[in-house]
Design a protein around this ligand. Sequence first.
Ligand code: LLP
Length: 395
Amino acid sequence: MANPFYAHPKLSQLPTPFYVYDLAGLRGRVAKFKSSLPANAHIHFAMKSNNNLEILKALHECGLGVDLVSAGEMRRAHEAGFTPEEMIFSGVGKTADEISAALEMNIHQLNVESLPELERIADLAAQAKKQARVALRMNPDIEVDTHPYIRTGFHENKFGFDFSEIPNAVEILKTHANVLTLQGLTLHIGSQIRDLVAFRQAIRKTFKLWQQLNTQGFTLTSFDVGGGVGIDYLSADLAKDEELIAAYGKMIETEVPSIVNRIDFEPGRILIARFGALITEVQYVKRTPYKNFVIVDAGMNALMRPALYEAHHRILRIGGRTAAKSSDGRTQVFDIVGPICESADVLGYKRVMPSDIKAGDRLAILDVGAYGYVMSSQYNLREPLKEYILNGVTL
Ligand code: LLP
């Protein structure tokens, strides 16, 4: 019987905690995503979700571009083999140095989020004698059903232009037409979204503006719909992800008219989340009169999502004969906690685990390929985590 990638025997001797990625799974997911989108789709992997060099190289081999948000990401993308033409630069706080570096490299597009940023880009492009290719990120003011910390398309968020600011943006663009080329509009309404209605509304609203701008002397060619497609963290069912991907592709096909030459996508989570696991070792099983704890060697330093967003990640015992179940089939409820000196250092609340769980057992924390390692820290001066790659699991 085939083991899941995170239980591969090759991993059993490696010191914990560590991240492991399943490259074959990732490649399959990318193929599925690509085939669900129209032929004029350009997929730019949001490398803030995972910036592992081998993963980036693999995604480049799959024909993807990259969406970046810092000079560091630009350097890493370059190292992974992405050409400037395959890069889009997003983010509300681009520094002058970052903009200059992007202009110097001639990257495909700067996604601009405010009037002062647009002015700064114009100045820096003039100094560098470069033509900056820009897209305006719109804030469509849509409430999305996701955690408030990862909602970005609502008017109270710091992201993107309000529609009322467009006349001012147009003025800047026209004044600096010798250094600014408006290629398109861009959106990103939030992350971990599984209801397509919000995407649909945002695209409709923004596409109207796209058309208006084309009647005001601009020649927009592209429409960037951002990322944000989520997964069901409670479920192991990859077929459900694929159903959502297919429905998302259909929605795009209906909502983005064919006069748009090129549709850009910036997915992160939907591509990589499922194909990463965090492997950790049980240090102590602590039973108190009030609660039972499994104390492991990975904490909020290794995976911040549960502490920061109360995110749920499935946690399974792996390895050995006792893998998922105890020998007598009995279970007990535990909080799975890390070693960090904070009460928020909980990886999973009220988890049903085999009752014979013991020190030395290994647990896999699942669906952490996106926003896992990249958000880890050395808090409490813990060692940086290691990352391992499996090319494919053939057991
Ligand atoms: N494009 C832009 C401009 C973004 O800001 C993001 C994510 C993406 C694309 C990719 O979104 P995705 O397809 O991965 O949802 N740390 C949080 C997620 C923060 C997302 C930030 N922006 C988490 O762990 O859930």
